[in-house]
Ligand binder design. Structure first.
Ligand code: CP
Ligand code: NVA
Length: 311
């Protein structure tokens, strides 16, 4: 703990945090879930800026801030001057004068980097096109609870491996010692973005591999993960994506090839009949609502440390 300093840092991707720091945040989240943490964020405000839709992220951050004794302030593009052309830099500098932290869900990862460059308070990434680190922190917390560990497990992700959810799953789980397999069509756009894959591999403790055959990929898996085939902002490509990704559906037959005690994970929202069947997501081995709940606990640990919680 002596070398760990969180106060004032941004949380844009898990690449910026060491294995020890991520493990510490997960332990703190578990402690907070058990009601064993006395520090709070009394009187502090988190600005919550959304450029895209959200159910879980908005609710877990807002309810999370209430539990911490502070306030979550919802803002969207339409009702702020950002929607009328005020720059991200000016917005970040202005927001920093009112609040102790900023959470943002933005289309383009470059915009959140710009926001972090100009903000003088911590900026937390609540999803961009390239990363969704808060989701993966909640997912790793869920796996720790269900399996008692992360290191040594096999985590298999099926679907689009070139977008936010696979990137964060790959970075987080491999850094904590799991072997991560991505299974996607052998088409450039569905493969992980090269600089992100390279950065993840450099820090990985477990192995990272891409296996285009979904049946081979899931053999021996402890965790099967999937996400929507059409992410926010991709609606125009819907027909093409549904057709190209159809062999990657997590159905009962595919799930049977994993370990008998494998768990099914999904960040939600889900589209039953597309990336997953109702039988799997609503089945006994699905932990999707535990993941949703754990968003709150994982994020509260991050908020408490970055925004400087006190007793
Ligand atoms: N998983 C997730 O981020 O959900 P929302 O889009 O509902 O926030
Ligand atoms: N990949 C999805 C994740 C939603 C939480 C999207 O970007 O829409």
């Amino acid at each position: 703990m002596a070398t760990m300093k969180f106060k004032g840092r941004h949380f844009l991707t898990m690449l910026d945090y060491s294995r020890e720091e991520l493990e510490y945040l997960l332990e703190l989240a578990l402690k907070m879930k058990k009601g064993q943490e006395k520090r709070n964020l009394n009187g502090k405000t988190l600005a919550m800026l959304f450029q895209k839709s959200s159910t879980r992220t908005r609710m877990s951050f807002e309810a999370g801030m209430t539990r911490l004794g502070g306030h979550g302030m919802f803002l969207d593009m339409k009702n702020t001057q950002l929607g009328r052309g005020e720059t991200v830099a000016d917005t970040a500098r202005t927001m920093s004068r009112y609040v102790e932290g900023i959470m943002a869900r933005l289309n383009d990862h470059k915009d959140i980097e710009e926001m972090a460059k100009y903000a003088t308070v911590p900026v937390i990434n609540a999803l961009t096109d390239m990363h969704h680190p808060c989701q993966t922190m909640a997912d790793m917390l869920t796996v720790k609870e269900k399996k008692g560990k992360i290191a040594g497990l096999k985590v298999v992700y099926l679907g689009d491996c070139g977008f936010n959810m696979f990137h964060s799953t790959m970075i987080g789980f491999s850094k904590l010692g799991a072997d991560v397999v991505g299974s996607c069509p052998n088409i450039e756009s569905y493969n992980p973005k090269a600089p992100i894959l390279e950065a993840a591999k450099k820090q990985a403790v477990g192995k990272i591999t891409i296996e285009h055959d979904p049946k081979k990929a899931v053999v021996g898996a402890d965790v099967i993960y999937t996400d929507v085939w059409v992410s926010m902002g991709q609606d125009e490509e819907k027909a093409k994506r549904l057709s190209e990704l159809k062999n990657y559906q997590v159905n009962e037959a595919l799930f049977k090839l994993a370990k008998p005690d494998a768990i099914f994970m999904h960040c939600l929202p889900a589209h039953r009949g597309e990336e997953v069947t109702a039988g799997v997501i609503d089945g006994k081995q699905s932990v999707v609502f535990d993941e949703a709940e754990n968003r709150l606990w994982a994020q509260n640990a991050i908020l408490l440390e970055l925004m400087g919680g006190k007793e």
